[in-house]
Every structure is written in C-alpha cells, then in structure tokens.
Ligand binder design. Structure first.
Ligand SMILES: *Cc1c(COP(=O)(O)O)cnc(C)c1O
Length: 351
C-alpha cells in the first residue's frame, strides 16, 4: 500500500459541529485502479477531486456500486468498525451482478483498516456520532460503447456522521412504483437503484409522507423495503420481516437486529408480509410498530402508514415497551463498545 499523508491535517473540533450527514470528509482517501485485468497497488493520499473524462463509462451506463459502514470510538479512544466482512462480501456480490471486477480483501479490508487508523482523530466519541465509511467503485474507461467497462476506480472515503434527533417518520405503501424487480439488481448496492427511487420518493413527499414502503413489483401485495432500509413490523408481540431475495437487500443491520431479537426471546418470523395483513392488524389494533433498519440511523420508527388514501396513525408506545427502541439500544451499545460483544461483531482498529 502506498501512503502519502497530508502535510497538515485540516482536522479541528468544529468538524464535529456539522449537522449534515456525510459531507465533511477526512484528510485521506484510498484509491486503487483496475486496468488490464488487474488491480494497482492501493494508494492512501490526501482527499480531493480526481480527474475523469465525461466519456467515463460510469456516467453513461451506470456501473457504480458502493457500501456504507461506520467507525466508532469508545471512552478509551479505541476505534471499532462493525462487521466489515459482511460489507466486503456484499460489495463483491454487487460487483459481480454489475459485471464489475471483484475487489480483493487486501485492498478492501486491509485498506479500510489502514485508512481508518490514519484518520482515527476523525472518529468522534459521542454516542450516536460516528465516522461514515464509503467504499465505492465506478467505471472509468473512456468510451461510449455500451458494454461492461475494462477500467475502474475503487475508492474509500470517510465522512463525519452526526447524531440527529430521530423522530418517527411517516411512510406511504407503494401501489404503483417499484424499487426492484425479480431477476433485477435490488439486492445489489448500485447507484441506479437510488436514482430510480428519488422520483417516487418526491411524489409521496408531496402527499405529506417522508418515505416509501416498497412492495413487490408484480402485485404490490407484499412489503419489501422502506426507503433505503430493510423493514420490520410488529403485529401483537410477533416481529415480522420478509426474507432477503433478489429484490430485497441483505442488510447487515437487519441481520444484526434479527439476531438480537431472537436472543432476547422475541417471537421472530421471517416470511413474506402482506400489505393486507398489516392493514387488518392496524384495524384490529394489533399493528404495534413498523420500522426500518440500516447503517445510517440503525432503526427508524414509522408512526404513520399510508394505505392508499388512508393514513393510519399508530398509537404511541411507552418507550420501554417498544421493540424498535430496545433493539436499537442493544445494537448501538455493542457498536459503541459499551457492552460485551458476544457475537464478535466489533473489529478493533489497531494503531
Ligand atoms: C444499504 C441498504 C440497506 C441497509 O443495509 P445495511 O447493511 O443495514 O446498512 C437496506 N436496503 C437497501 C436498499 C440498502 O441500499
């Protein structure tokens, strides 16, 4: 690994005053080039712009994938990342679906550990705050010929993730648009999935909702994901979520929350969840909670659900009765190194 450090760090404490997520980048970035069938030696160098031609293929044909994870600091200034192997595996799954080259572990995992170590002062210490880690790969070959590219850049960027007041949101259940199709790329973290979701998201915002609950593209009868998160519902005391599939992304948070829920003795069921079942449960007062799971916010509660023209308002639960809040605390306490980690999910960044 080639390491070229900044002459002088731009870090100062006001970096952590930023309220915006993911826009205050650290001193360094990692860059590796893929060309002639192989990866270059990765280079960690000062963060900043790179030069690309407008003919770079990712701008035209959308071969671009990414990952998202976080680094946390505990009271003793130890830095941890959470289950990075999962993100590494998923990155290469996304790569192969988009017909992009896989990134070797020595570049992805070793690169990650090295850059987080170098920029460890950028990892904030307050509960709820973290340093967001964004691995990304995009096609750089210069041609407008429609085919898979032969040249790519892999990069790792680090940006401050503030904690924000997490109020419950409202979601509309999709009855026309879809996020993912059978046989498509829904399980991959590729840029196009996001691009395709912004317009439907803006439409529901006009109706006064914050996000969308995506349903299956064929019948719109089954719920799949919420915004860019996996979705879970609680009916009575049962926690339900759909199995992952070609259309449903295999979230690390989803997997971790399910493990914690099972180990806490909750009644967990992984099976397709029908919109009608949710509606019936709402009508009978059994729909207790609906929430999304993802790295950015861990768990987002939804207290209003749009079924067609009907806006269903969920009753407020006392905090200590909420599955969502209890699972969120359990997971965050592990991530922030406040409790034992029986699952060995934390990976310490050695100095
Ligand atoms: C990233 C993402 C998730 C959440 O995955 P985590 O690994 O928990 O961050 C869920 N759904 C979609 C569509 C995503 O892009």
């Amino acid at each position: 690994m080639i390491i070229k450090k900044v002459a002088e760090s731009k870090f100062n404490d006001s970096v952590f005053d930023t309220k915006a997520f993911g826009s205050e980048f650290s001193d360094h970035m990692l860059i590796a080039h893929y060309k002639d069938g192989k990866w270059s030696e990765p280079e960690i160098r000062p963060y900043g712009p790179i030069s690309l031609t407008p003919a770079a293929m990712s701008f035209h044909y959308g071969q671009t994938i990414f990952e998202g994870m976080k680094a946390y600091k505990n009271e003793n200034d130890e830095v941890f990342i959470f289950r990075p192997e999962k993100n590494f595996e998923r990155f290469n799954l996304s790569a192969s679906r988009l017909n992009m080259p896989e990134v070797p572990k020595e570049i992805f995992i070793d690169g990650l550990k090295t850059i987080v170590d170098i920029d460890r002062q950028w990892v904030p210490k307050n509960y709820g705050t973290s340093l967001y880690i964004r691995p990304v790969m995009f096609a750089t070959e210069e041609t407008v010929s429609a085919r898979a590219a032969n040249e790519y850049i892999f990069a790792i960027l680090l940006a401050y993730a503030p904690s924000y007041y997490e109020k419950p949101l409202s979601v509309k259940i999709a009855d026309f648009y879809s996020r993912a199709a059978q046989g498509g790329v829904g399980f991959a973290k590729c840029g196009g999935n996001y691009a395709a979701s912004f317009f439907p998201a803006a439409e529901v915002q006009k109706e006064g909702y914050d996000q969308i609950i995506w349903t299956d593209s064929i019948s719109h009868k089954y719920i799949e994901e919420a915004g860019t998160m996996n979705v879970m519902v609680r009916i009575g005391n049962k926690l339900l979520t759909a199995p992952t599939s070609e259309r449903i992304l295999n979230g690390v948070t989803r997997d971790s929350v399910l493990t914690l829920a099972k180990d806490a003795g909750y009644d967990v069921e992984i099976r397709p969840v029908e919109v009608q079942e949710l509606y019936d449960a709402y009508k009978s007062g059994e729909l207790k909670e609906v929430f999304g799971c993802g790295t950015a916010v861990v768990i987002t509660q939804y207290n209003a659900i749009g079924f067609g023209d009907e806006r269903a308002q969920l009753a407020d639960l006392p905090e200590e009765e909420s599955f969502a809040l209890s699972l969120k605390k359990k997971l965050k306490d592990i991530q922030y190194g406040l409790v034992e980690d029986p699952y060995q999910w934390r990976v310490k960044i050695e100095k």
